[in-house]
Design a protein. Structure first.
Ligand code: SF4
Ligand code: FES
Length: 242
């Protein structure tokens, strides 16, 4: 019996060779336990070794395999080929980011945005690295735990219509990361200087697609709306925090 196959239509863009991305079809085995990432690995191993894409853990932890699959931002290691029936399955780079080659996008701007929110514990009168141990109750951990589950996969940016139109928008994951620290009982900052302006929380129009796209249930849309309340209070009561 011959093995069933499914067609992947993979966006190829080779700088210096292609004017613009083109979709190239590849037939790959349709196996029940194969994710889209397995199909891409098959292409690279058996059909065309020049195909470029990022991946590492193959288990939804590293966040590096995000791509656009049939128009939606997805982690390709957690998206099974069988979801797409008999196919074809279109695989493109994450929307909203410059393409370096094939399915690989430039993440520099995203990393700079994450760094800009001071993603570490800020303590008045103490300089990092902190050496003191600060106890925390389970309830205090619960206050920010959800926001600490982010794997930096950038799917929320790719799903966000504001970010796609305005690359200066600080964006969902960076704001959720800021809230991960703002809501930590050990932290003394509120990051208002970074979060409280129009390219940050006030740029969000609450479409909510970031939360729909997030594979780790971080709920960045909620993080943004919660901080809007903080920022509004901060404007009328400058001494208030969080
Ligand atoms: S908030 Fe969710 S979608 Fe956005 S980068 Fe983090 S894990 Fe990915
Ligand atoms: S390969 Fe690590 S999240 Fe998919």
């Amino acid at each position: 019996m011959t093995e069933e196959s499914i067609r992947l239509e993979v966006a190829r863009y080779r700088p210096g060779q292609d004017e613009e991305p083109v979709l190239v079809p590849y037939e790959v085995p349709l196996r029940p336990d194969w994710a889209v990432l397995d199909g891409l690995a098959y292409v690279k191993d058996r059909l065309d070794g020049t195909l470029s894409f990022r991946w590492s853990c193959r288990m939804g932890i590293c966040g590096s395999c995000g791509m656009t699959v049939n128009g939606e931002p997805r982690l390709t290691c957690g998206t099974f080929l069988t979801e797409y029936g008999t196919g074809p399955v279109r695989v493109e780079p994450l929307k909203g980011f410059p393409v370096i080659r094939d399915l690989v996008v430039d993440i520099e701007d995203f990393l700079a945005k994450l760094s800009s929110v001071r993603p570490w514990l800020v303590r008045e009168g103490e300089e990092p690295p902190l050496t003191t141990e600060y106890a925390q109750t389970p309830a205090q951990l619960d206050a920010y735990k959800q926001y600490s589950m982010c794997v930096n996969c950038m799917l929320c940016y790719s799903a966000c219509p504001v970010y796609v139109l305005d690359p200066d928008f600080l964006g969902p994951a960076a704001i959720a990361l800021a809230q991960r620290y703002n809501l930590d009982s050990r932290d003394m900052d509120d990051r208002f200087d970074v979060l409280g302006h129009e390219d940050a929380v006030w740029g969000c129009t609450f479409v909510g697609e970031c939360t729909n796209a997030c594979p780790k249930h971080v709920d960045p849309a909620e993080a943004i709306q919660r901080y809007k309340l903080t920022a509004a209070l901060r404007s009328v009561l400058p001494w208030s925090r969080r």
